[in-house]
Design a protein around this ligand. Structure first.
Ligand code: SAM
Length: 497
């Protein structure tokens, strides 16, 4: 596609080409061998053995149902609209707070008409989450416990319909501020919600270490609180608003850029310290570009093409409009990038702010990302109540039934988002896969969990299905257009007309 160069593109064409050059095979091998070693994962290997690049291979035998891999997230995010339904750790995506807080927040957002299912686009999240914080767990009401129980008992006697029946505001407040403890909720303990160290009231964590790691890796630059390290909190808010109003994948792209900047700064700091310690030694003279290339390494193994080139044409766009559709996507990305640049620009990492790099980062997510899903403990809680012996259940339901009625059919929603997983993203597709991404009951955070669907022998490639493999041959091939290839697995070869 013909594209006008922006000043950064012109000035840094050499650096950008270096960042986008596919790493040599030996470097790829070393990187993944190290990653597997760090994760104590000796039963798989990443190799480049076929025509479609890297793949994951069994280096031991797996039984059906056996865990093949748990892959921590490189960069991930909860969808903006999902934040109304679930309060999760902004770093590891574990549910946090308490069953009461999860339910109270959802009812609060429902009551002000901004639940995800009520059609909110997420743009108002920052504003309302602050209101929620102020209304909820930032203060405690001492006598609310008793009053709330009375309120709920009154509701219970009058509620019978399946439609949402709101509970009084006082009940919602007590759920959020700890004034109301639901029966048996202690069976479902969650880590306390730790506030963002930057003071943004939008990010919360399950532990101090998650808060610190997120701060170090990207959030210090993307925080809208008073201690934000961004150039301008106002500019940052504009960037976030634009992403929430258009495509929240820009928030993930911003995380990838911040992740690289943070790694660059750390590498530079270490390098300068080293130089200071032994200035006369013939230390390796590292240019800023070589440090930037090192910082960018984890992303360099994942990107394959620009977003506007690799995105599949939506069904409602006619093929005659393809060129203008792709140009529009490019323009949208450029608008987002300029807003991000105003918020977090770093002169030493200038090539990262080129549209070419931004396009490749989003393209990488388009082709490699896996849905981030974490099951809600609220569902387990209500199932537990339902399974209680009759008498205990009746007693508990005096409190829980009105709450369930107020929550309605979507009483429990999973944490939903998208993430890039360095090892899982090396897995190729098959319509008759031998593995799948599947969360077991004990998998409570955002890591990708890959389980064997049948016995897998040493040396066999581990494949997953990117699509619903029960679709017809034609439907499967059509879905795979989004990933830019035609499947020739044994099932497809058998079924092709
Ligand atoms: C998530 S990546 C998988 C790892 C990839 N092979 C690599 O080198 O990074 C997805 C990309 O791998 C390639 N791919 C995966 N499965 C394939 C298949 N069955 N046939 C052809 N290409 C495939 C496609 O290019 C696809 O966009």
């Amino acid at each position: 596609m013909a594209a006008t160069l922006c000043p950064i593109e012109e000035k840094w064409s050499g650096a950008i080409a270096s960042l986008l050059r596919p790493p040599p095979p030996l470097q790829v091998q070393e990187y993944f061998d190290q990653l597997l070693f760090d994760r104590n994962c000796s039963s798989i290997k990443v190799k480049q053995e076929n025509d479609f690049g890297k793949g994951v291979y069994a280096d031991g035998d797996f039984e059906e149902g056996e865990l093949i891999l748990k892959d921590p997230i490189l960069v991930g995010m909860q969808h903006s609209s999902n934040k109304f339904d679930c309060l999760v750790c902004s770093f590891c995506f574990r549910f946090i707070g308490s069953i009461e807080l999860q339910i109270g927040r959802k009812l609060y957002f429902q009551s002000i008409g901004v639940s995800a299912n009520g059609g909110c686009d997420g743009e108002t999240f920052s504003a309302v989450s602050k209101d929620c914080y102020d209304a909820g767990f930032s203060h405690m009401e001492e006598d609310s416990h008793l009053r709330t129980h009375e309120n709920l008992e009154n509701c219970a006697s009058s509620s019978s319909s399946k439609d949402n029946i709101p509970v009084p505001k006082e009940v919602v407040d007590s759920l959020m501020n700890g004034g109301l403890v639901l029966p048996y909720s202690t069976e479902f303990p969650l880590p306390s919600a730790i506030s963002c160290p930057g003071g943004c009231k939008e990010a919360f964590y399950c532990s101090k270490s998650c808060a610190e790691d997120d701060w170090k890796l990207s959030h210090s630059l993307l925080c809208t609180g008073e201690r934000s390290k961004s150039l301008s909190r106002e500019a940052l808010s504009k960037f976030i608003q634009h992403a929430n109003g258009t495509n929240d994948i820009f928030l993930l792209a911003a995380k990838a850029i911040c992740f690289t900047i943070s790694r660059y700064r750390k590498l530079k700091e270490d390098y300068l310290k080293e130089q200071e310690k032994c200035p006369s030694a013939n230390a390796l003279d590292r240019s800023d570009l070589s440090l930037l290339l090192e910082a960018w390494k984890p992303i360099s193994f994942g990107h394959k093409g620009r977003w506007w080139d690799c995105i599949a044409l939506p069904d409602d766009v006619d093929s005659s409009d393809e060129a203008s559709f792709r140009m529009e996507i490019r323009e949208l990305a450029n608008t987002s990038l300029q807003l991000l640049k105003a918020a977090i620009f770093d002169k030493e990492c200038e090539p990262l702010f080129s549209l070419e790099i931004y396009g490749h980062i989003i393209g990488m997510f388009e082709l490699n990302n896996l849905d981030l899903i974490v099951a809600s403990p609220v569902e387990d809680y209500f199932l537990y109540i339902d399974d209680l012996p009759e008498l205990k259940k009746k007693e508990a339901e005096i409190i829980t039934r009105p709450i369930l009625d107020a929550l309605g059919d979507d009483y429990s929603v999973c944490c939903e988002g998208t993430a890039f997983f360095p090892l899982q993203s090396c897995m190729n597709h098959s319509c008759c896969p031998n593995a799948k991404a599947f969360k077991r009951e004990k998998d409570k955070d955002g890591q990708a969990t890959i389980i064997a669907l049948r016995p897998i022998g040493k040396g066999e490639e581990v494949t997953i299905s990117y699509i619903d493999e029960d679709l017809t041959y034609e439907e499967r091939q059509a879905s795979l257009v989004d990933y830019g290839f035609e499947c020739k697995c044994s099932k497809c070869l058998e079924e092709q007309p």
